[in-house]
Design a protein around this ligand. Sequence first.
Ligand code: FE2
Length: 318
Amino acid sequence: MSSRFLERARRLPSLGLGLSTEYGALRAPGSLDLFEARRALPRCASFLELGVEVEKGLDRDARRWAREVGPTTYHFLDVNLHEPQDLDPAWLEGVRALVAEARPAWLCGDAGMWHFGPRAQGHMLLLPPVLTRDAAYELADGVAALREATGLEVLPENPPGHLYLGDLHLLDFFALLCERADTGMLLDVAHLVIFQAERGLPPTAGLDGFPLDRVIELHMAGGRRRDVEGLALIEDDHAPRLLPETWAAFDACAPRLTELRAVVFECERNPLRACEEEMRALHAALGARVAPAAPLHEALGPSPCAPHAPAPRPGPPA
Ligand SMILES: [Fe+2]
């Protein structure tokens, strides 16, 4: 890849393997105890991805993590990047205040429609984009505008969906988006597998020509096969076991993930004992299969239980 993004990417920290949360998620019965995970498997809980609606802000667990542990990323849950008016002054002011508190390494989030009509707390509709060139360009312009407004990199994520409109393959759509916005991206491998199944394609379809050197962050998550009134689909339920198709797509990507810095195992709705085995397997797979030169390895460590170096704190936006 030759782009200014690659130059900018050099300033992004390597975060390693981490976990994710949303407001109040850790207080739900049977959910993951982040701080227990950090104690038991520190190299599988190197950073925390904060799912954020500006109106709700950060809950006490997110605040405690930011204060006592450190590394975070900011995953938005409340902005339609394809709608320029959605980046309104009040929302941007809220984002900047939360960024000042949590000091995330970057912003990221599903590049889809989070709300229909005006933004409202708890909306979280999340429809996937229409897979056309025009829609990719609209999203790209929103990515560039949010990057400009916050001074942080904005990594669009391929959203989940069981029905896609538009003719492009999801990966071709994101290749167009990333090139137009001159950005990297967050590749959710489980979401990709859901798309491939919906199109009747193998899990690795379209990866050959895809610019994987733009992938800065990966999401890995379990899913569940369901039959809904005759419609076979994979539900993105963040179960603690990854599907074989997700592993297959990961294996196809890993050797070319030369700029990878962060991986989230999305398992927040499950207790640690249910996730531990897959966390260890993922840690081992990242160490063995991701491109040896990838920055990820700086933070990954040799073992999921290895002691942590002092937590990196991202500096102010360049
Ligand atoms: Fe994700």
